[in-house]
Design a protein around this ligand. Structure first.
Ligand code: AMP
Length: 422
């Protein structure tokens, strides 16, 4: 018989196994809790959309749309793409469901996988996970920008991620940015020979992206380039000054980073990025910014918007590096039942304890005493509950704390209390 070949996961994608997924769930719950306190509600979005949605919003000339999307033709000939990000989908849904009629700002969050065909490395995957939030409405008050960033720090604080830095910039509006881009392009053409091939190409396609360059020999030249802050129009200047004052009011410190332009076309005015420790070169754990005009671009009414996306994979890596992922016991109590007549009681005890939120392992068939205790130990259970015929006759169970083998005889009520308390 021909040997069966093992099938492996695709390059750049990975499995998140139970030891990790428990920590992921905890982080996701923290996001739900914290975002909820700021008035955000969850939106669940499709994982694929018409390619046109991303081409129009993220931008046809960006790396994401030009090179990194997983695109295929559906049977009815529509071009479909796995989502490389979710803001476009949120905006599509906002328009499609007439959410502009809702009172106040519409505050939504989402979490889930995104897909980009990037070169895989630590902290960079082809299927990766984002937790993001968006505020859509009629107001572009700088207090919205600042509160959104405040919410991010509240969330990072809740999950225990420390040592973060916030990079902040304003990339202006359509008018002042396009003037700046021309000034920048002119200067770039002047120094073109000193730049590498990638940057040379970007002078034509997207000059702002030259500012993103990490190439060591381009850094000195980039430092001499004109800066957007000197080219903002009055309205953008005022908006940015007020965003900064609003951050000050909230006690949030930041670095001004004039080179922070972000890789997506729809951004304007406020842009920000959060850098986390322990991540090496892929150290941006969150990116975001304002995108007034995107709703209109996708066929809706004039609307203001701002949002962010946290890279959950990187968040988890950073927490791991900081040893903040305390292993949670996966089993609170292992029930050791002995003798066929005790199984019915064991099942009832398991039902009550699980009903009270206690993690219980109940052997599906009778195990030898030694084997049962050995397994309880290996699973990291905190307690073993021994149920034998003697226990049933006495109406009490033997509770054994596995760390120090201390045994006590307890009623069912006491059993529940002890397990709950610890
Ligand atoms: P972006 O949507 O490009 O603004 O990215 C927002 C955040 O998502 C980044 O700061 C990263 O933390 C994360 N991210 C983006 N691309 C990847 C990727 N290929 N693998 C892992 N995380 C990513």
């Amino acid at each position: 018989m021909a040997e069966r070949q093992q099938i492996r996961a695709i390059k750049g994608v990975r499995d998140i196994l139970p030891l990790e997924s428990r920590a992921w769930s905890r982080v996701e719950r923290a996001a739900q809790d914290v975002f909820g306190t700021f008035g955000f509600a969850e939106i669940r979005l499709p994982i694929f959309e018409q390619t046109e949605l991303f081409a129009r919003s993220v931008g046809a000339d960006t790396d994401i749309v030009g090179k990194e999307m997983y695109t295929f033709t559906d049977r009815d000939e529509a071009s479909i793409s796995l989502r490389p990000e979710a803001t476009a989908s949120v905006v599509r849904a906002y328009i499609e469901h007439g959410m502009h009629t809702l009172p106040g700002d519409v505050k939504l969050y989402y979490m889930g996988p995104m897909f980009r065909r990037e070169r895989p490395q630590k902290g960079r995957y082809r299927q990766f996970y984002q937790i993001g939030a968006e505020v859509l409405g009629q107001s572009d008050a700088p207090g919205i920008d600042a509160e959104l960033i405040e919410m991010l720090f509240a969330f990072f604080g809740r999950v225990g991620l420390e040592g973060l830095t916030l990079d902040l910039n304003s990339i202006g509006c359509k008018e002042c940015r396009s003037k700046y881009v021309e000034v920048l392009r002119a200067k770039l053409l002047y120094v073109k020979d000193k730049l590498g091939a990638d940057s040379q190409r970007r002078i034509e396609t997207n000059p702002l992206r030259v500012l993103d360059s990490k190439a060591p020999d381009e850094q000195a030249i980039i430092e001499t380039l004109p800066r957007i802050a000197d080219h903002l129009c009055e309205a953008c200047k005022t908006h940015f000054a007020e965003v900064r004052r609003q951050l000050d009011l909230r006690g949030i410190t930041y670095n001004l980073n004039w080179r922070l332009v972000r890789g997506l076309d729809y951004y304007m005015r406020t842009t920000f990025e959060i850098i986390a420790p322990g991540l090496g070169s892929q150290n941006a754990v969150c990116g975001g910014g304002r995108y007034d005009g995107l709703v209109e671009l996708l066929g809706g009414l004039p609307t203001k918007g701002i949002g962010f996306a946290i890279g959950e994979d990187r968040l988890m890596l950073s927490l791991e590096a900081a040893a903040k992922l305390a292993a949670e016991p996966s089993v609170d109590a292992f029930i050791v039942w002995m003798g066929a007549a005790t199984q019915a009681t064991a099942i009832k005890v398991a039902q009550r304890l699980r009903g009270a939120g206690i993690k219980v392992e109940l052997p599906p068939e009778e195990f030898k005493f030694k084997k049962a205790l050995g397994l309880a130990d290996k699973l990291g259970a905190r307690y073993a509950i021994l149920i034998g015929e003697n226990e049933i006759a006495a109406g009490k169970f033997t509770l054994k704390r596995l760390a120090d083998a201390v045994q006590t005889s307890v009623t069912e009520v006491e059993l529940l209390e002890t397990l709950r308390a610890n």
